[in-house]
Design a protein around this ligand. Structure first.
Ligand SMILES: NC(=O)c1ccc[n+]([C@@H]2O[C@H](COP(=O)([O-])OP(=O)(O)OC[C@H]3O[C@@H](n4cnc5c(N)ncnc54)[C@H](O)[C@@H]3O)[C@@H](O)[C@H]2O)c1
Length: 133
């Protein structure tokens, strides 16, 4: 995928998988909007990648109003959204797997259900960016 000149929302972009995705997109000439709860790490990514290539929005991906304001910040910052990469989440502890304990409901709820609903809100600005409205 050619992300040069594209605007990508990366949830969880302040750490781990999302951080690596954000760096890769910015490294290939794309613009990144990080949706994350970790303000300190998010701002560190803006400092690292440069404000011309990265915007941080303190967004809780399971909160509809929070996602909406993040999308507004993304469009205000870079004028469009072309790509959305969902990496925000909370991991299960290894003990849960080793001891075969059930996965905590909070993990399932956040990682596998609401996040996708909320990110659907990106669809409208995504469509506009692609001229498909
Ligand atoms: N790392 C792996 O090998 C691996 C493998 C399979 C699945 N996963 C899953 O992928 C997801 C990301 O893994 P990671 O290793 O990058 O984790 P990570 O903890 O390094 O990064 C997750 C980021 O998501 C952010 N975040 C968490 N909840 C959020 C919320 N409600 N709103 C906005 N931001 C939020 C955190 O602040 C953090 O910056 C997790 O759900 C994890 O379980 C990871």
């Amino acid at each position: 995928m050619d992300v040069n000149g594209k605007v990508a929302v990366v949830t969880g972009g302040a750490s781990g998988i999302g951080q690596a995705v954000a760096r890769r997109i910015a490294g290939e000439g794309g613009k990144v909007v990080i949706f994350d709860l970790n303000e300190e790490a998010g701002n560190a990514m803006v400092a690292e990648l440069g404000a011309d290539h990265c915007v941080f929005a303190n967004v809780n991906v399971v909160d509809e109003a929070s996602v909406k304001s993040g999308i507004e910040a993304a469009v205000a910052g870079f004028g469009a959204i072309h790509v959305c990469v969902n990496c925000a989440g909370i991991g299960t502890r290894r003990q849960n797997l080793r001891k075969r304990r059930p996965v905590p409901p909070r993990f399932m709820e956040q990682g596998h259900l609401h996040q996708f609903d909320r990110q659907l809100q990106c669809a409208a600005p995504l469509c506009r960016s692609h001229g498909e409205e």
